[in-house]
Design a protein around this ligand. Structure first.
Ligand code: HPA
Length: 276
């Protein structure tokens, strides 16, 4: 159950205050690293690492392949906050709780959020190891973290979603891909609730709905970030194809492919942090 708004606001404020007391400079950019992408922490010169369980009010995750720490570090002139390991609705965490860290980051002064995830390819052109720039999303979790009383100083009750993934940042990503010679695909990400992977009939439906890749994350965080006025940018590592399925899909396979593509993703994001 959602706590009353006052308790929730107090939790976010206490959490922000705790983090502020531990860090020398405030982050303006955040990066959320998904499953098997803990290596993205190498994008910064680490200054502080706070395990999630040590941060008051932070949700605690349960999933293998997730390290579970907030890392604050420098990338050139910027201070970047990395959420290494994220939360998923399928863990039983409610959406208002799942986005608490995003609200905290907003309170700390974060203006840009980069999200990464693993996803299954719904389009035949997307093959394992590909990186897909997220151009838009479909919320098939049918949960919205903004449900409940709205705090106007956090954001509008009815936030516009005509471009949740900033067009300027997408252009930076395309520029970085060209410079780094990293092939970058593009498409619409659909978030399912999970934790079960999709049936053939569901794959058919999601393709008809206009999605190119499917995962079980990202959309709640992006909704909260856009609500808070952040610019967001998202990348999916395609870990498996759902149109050419040879063997039953496992979480291990997803993690292993994500790990392999991590360096490529890191090389793509590094110049973006510089150009921001
Ligand atoms: N479906 C949903 N989520 C995923 C998949 C998938 O095929 N691969 C990685 N995350």
């Amino acid at each position: 159950m959602m706590p009353d708004m006052q308790s929730y606001v107090r939790a976010v404020e206490e959490c922000a205050e705790f983090i502020r007391s531990k860090i020398p400079t405030r982050p303006t950019v955040a990066l959320i690293a998904g499953s098997g992408q803990g290596g993205l922490a190498n994008l910064v010169e680490k200054e502080t690492e706070l395990p999630y369980h040590a941060i008051p009010h932070f949700p605690v995750g349960t999933i293998r392949g997730h390290r579970g720490a907030l890392i604050i570090g420098r990338a050139g002139e910027k201070t970047v906050a990395i959420l290494s390991g994220r939360w998923h609705l399928y863990e039983g965490i409610e959406s208002w709780n799942l986005v608490l860290p995003i609200r905290v980051l907003a309170m700390l002064g974060v203006k840009v959020m980069i999200v990464t995830n693993s996803a299954g390819g719904l389009h035949p052109d997307l093959i394992p190891g590909d990186i897909m720039l997220i151009t838009d999303h479909l919320n098939f979790t049918f949960r919205n973290p903004l449900i409940g009383p709205n705090l106007d100083r956090w954001g509008p009750q009815f936030p516009d979603m005509s471009s949740p993934y900033s067009r300027d940042l997408q252009n930076l990503a395309r520029q970085s891909a060209v410079e780094e010679r990293i092939p970058l695909k593009e498409g619409v990400y659909v978030a399912n609730l999970g934790p079960s992977y999709e049936t053939h009939a569901e794959v058919h439906l999601l393709r008809l709905a206009g999605a190119h890749a499917v995962g079980m994350s990202t959309v709640p965080e992006v909704l909260a970030a856009v609500h808070a006025g952040m610019k967001t940018l998202g990348f999916s590592i395609i870990t498996n194809s759902l149109v050419r399925r040879e063997a039953p899909l496992t979480h291990e396979e997803v993690l292993a492919t994500a790990k392999q593509a991590e360096q490529k993703l890191s090389a793509l994001i590094r110049p973006i942090l510089r150009l921001l």
